[in-house]
Design a binder for this molecule. Structure first.
Ligand SMILES: [Zn+2]
Length: 270
């Protein structure tokens, strides 16, 4: 009897313990923080695929891995807009202000390299939404602009053919910069970065160096408007013919319509 009693009480103690443990488990489960459990699940997810995913962190300007990734995407997009493949794609390098004191980006023909400098971009950028230019968004658009120069240089090597700092040279610069901006605008639209492109254009409209304002305005702003219109009326053949033989007279540059008629007359649009 005593033994039996002892067994029964041990059984009931075990049952009590089981109910307690079950109760504690249920309480923990019901009271669990849903945000915390979601966060732990998120941490276990694999990283999103590279395609279409870009971090917005500023330090991407210095990170060679991300520079290469962004440049590869930029080259692809430039090839698509220009309907031509690179014979050899350029490489990109982040440089210091000491190496490149003024430009935010530059395609260096002799090395087939794109140089970029975030410190120079920071100097150019004003307040407000232009801050987006210091993130990966600005970096991506800058790389598209420079990649467009690289492809243009491959297809239509620019020697300036003895052109000095006269009208013809200024117009030639405007066609080159205008085309790079035309390509960048179209890629920005494809990538949903229209806001960043507008900030980019605004920054170029009002550069921080007063002595270069008129050159900048002519090259980037009027140049882009000119090439946009040449493309609108004549498509890629007209854009390519303009890069091949840019206008030499300011009057042609001032009127894209007149320039297209001029190209038709000399049979450039075949
Ligand atoms: Zn440029």
């Amino acid at each position: 009897m005593r033994i039996l009693h002892s067994n029964r009480s041990r059984l009931s103690r075990l049952m009590l313990l089981f109910v307690l443990v079950l109760g504690l488990f249920l309480a923990g489960w019901l009271g669990a923080d849903p945000v915390a459990s979601d966060a732990s699940r998120t941490a276990e997810r694999p990283p999103p695929p590279l395609d279409g995913w870009y971090p917005q962190s500023d330090d991407r300007w210095q990170d060679q891995f991300w520079l290469d990734v962004h440049l590869a995407k930029a080259c692809e997009a430039v090839e698509w807009v220009c309907k031509t493949k690179f014979a050899s794609r350029p490489v990109v390098r982040a440089v210091s202000q000491r190496e490149m004191p003024f430009y935010i980006g530059q395609f260096v023909v002799r090395f087939d390299q794109i140089h970029i400098c975030r410190a120079n971009m920071a100097r150019q950028v004003a307040e407000g939404d232009s801050r987006t230019l210091l993130t990966s968004e600005g970096l991506r658009l800058l790389l598209v602009h420079e990649a467009a120069h690289a492809l243009d240089q491959e297809r239509f090597p620019l020697e300036y053919n003895g052109r000095k700092r006269d009208d013809a040279r200024v117009v030639c610069d405007a066609v080159r910069e205008g085309h790079a901006q035309h390509v960048t605008r179209r890629v920005a639209a494809m990538w949903g970065l229209g806001h960043a492109f507008r900030a980019f254009r605004r920054m170029l409209e009002c550069p921080r160096y007063p002595d270069t304002t008129s050159w900048h305005y002519r090259a980037y702003i009027q140049g882009q408007d000119f090439m946009d219109e040449v493309y609108f009326w004549g498509g890629r053949p007209a854009v390519d013919a303009t890069l091949q033989r840019p206008p030499e007279a300011i009057e042609d540059f001032a009127s894209p319509q007149r320039w297209l008629v001029h190209m038709e007359e000399r049979d450039d649009l075949r």
